[in-house]
Design a protein around this ligand. Structure first.
Ligand code: ACO
Length: 274
């Protein structure tokens, strides 16, 4: 359709078997994020979020990079030249789509095929799950060109890995490969690059078998409770489930029925038949 054509320049996507495969599509520039890309990505996320044929969104990169972070020329130099208005505007656009992705209606998976630097940590954390090529390289390279890891990158590192790992990573400006990224908790798993897409497809297909209302409630709950005391979390989870019930009155009752009455599945071993 129109969006699919118009956005092809810096963001590309296809939808197949319930999965939206969205690519950062500036391979010649290692998929670094320019204001134009940030605006296009927000429009693509808008377009896909409530489509009936999209149950999971995968974010990946064309070519050798996942994302080489912010575009040093178009995002930093050229917007700074417009003064504070330009800088704040560019920040709103990039932080905006990452925030949108953190709270996306559908589960999201980062498929990190190659380089992932600096500003790339924003969308990395925004995705609910992440799988990387063993060959991929992750770096907080900000220190190498003289800034701190902003745009949430310092926060992402401390959210995902230990204090010592995050501090070493940010101060030294050394990259880690996909395997170490998995050990550190930046991603769920690292796989040989040739096996990456199949594994991500398999995870996406499993997610598609689950109750979609429960998926959204669960992904939000996991993000929200991290910042809460135990008692606040307990209360939040009661309210969140009761709110979810108003969107899905039958699903969970069906799930109980198929287990207790029909004995057609076991929730400990897989999802009920939607
Ligand atoms: N901003 C602007 N242009 C970039 C960026 C970037 N972040 N990354 C790559 N490019 C451009 C290069 O300037 C080059 O442009 P050209 O073809 O017009 O000369 C093109 O993309 C290809 O880049 P190469 O460096 O030639 O690619 P190579 O595969 O050899 O290296 C690598 C890849 C390691 C990712 C390298 O491009 C690089 O170090 N990029 C910068 C990574 C970085 O530090 N990003 C900023 C993080 S901090 C932040 O995001 C806030």
């Amino acid at each position: 359709d129109g969006v699919e054509q118009a956005e092809i320049e810096t963001v590309a996507f296809t939808v197949a078997e319930g999965v939206a495969w969205v690519s950062l599509n500036r391979p010649d520039k290692r998929n670094c994020m320019s204001p134009r890309l940030n605006r296009q990505m927000m429009r693509v996320l808008d377009e896909l979020e409530f489509r009936e044929d999209v149950g999971v969104l995968v974010l990946t990169g064309e070519g050798t990079a996942w994302s080489a972070g912010m575009d040093l020329k178009e995002y930093f130099r050229e917007t700074e030249a417009q003064g504070l208005k330009g800088t704040r505007g560019a920040q709103r656009e990039s932080y905006g789509w990452w925030r949108r992705l953190r709270w996306y209606q559908k589960p999201t998976i980062a498929m990190v095929n190659g380089w992932c630097f600096g500003g790339g940590y924003g969308p990395l954390f925004a995705c609910d799950l992440a799988f990387a090529a063993e060959e991929a390289q992750f770096g907080l390279s900000e220190i190498n060109w003289g800034i701190l890891p902003g745009g949430g990158a310092a926060k992402v590192a401390t959210e995902l890995t230990s204090f010592r790992n995050a501090m070493y990573h940010a101060l030294m400006g050394e990259n880690v490969d996909g395997r170490t990224a998995a050990e550190w908790g930046f991603v769920n798993e690292a796989l040989p690059v040739g096996a990456l897409r199949d594994r991500v497809s398999q995870v996406a297909q499993t997610l598609l078998t689950k109750n979609p209302v429960a998926l959204k409630a669960t992904k939000d709950a996991i993000r929200r409770v991290r910042e809460m005391t135990y008692d606040n979390a307990e209360d939040y989870l009661i309210r969140a489930q009761e709110a979810a019930n108003s969107f899905d009155n039958e699903g969970r009752k069906e799930g109980i029925k198929q287990f207790i009455d029909e004995k057609s599945y076991k929730p400990g071993l897989g999802a009920y038949d939607k």
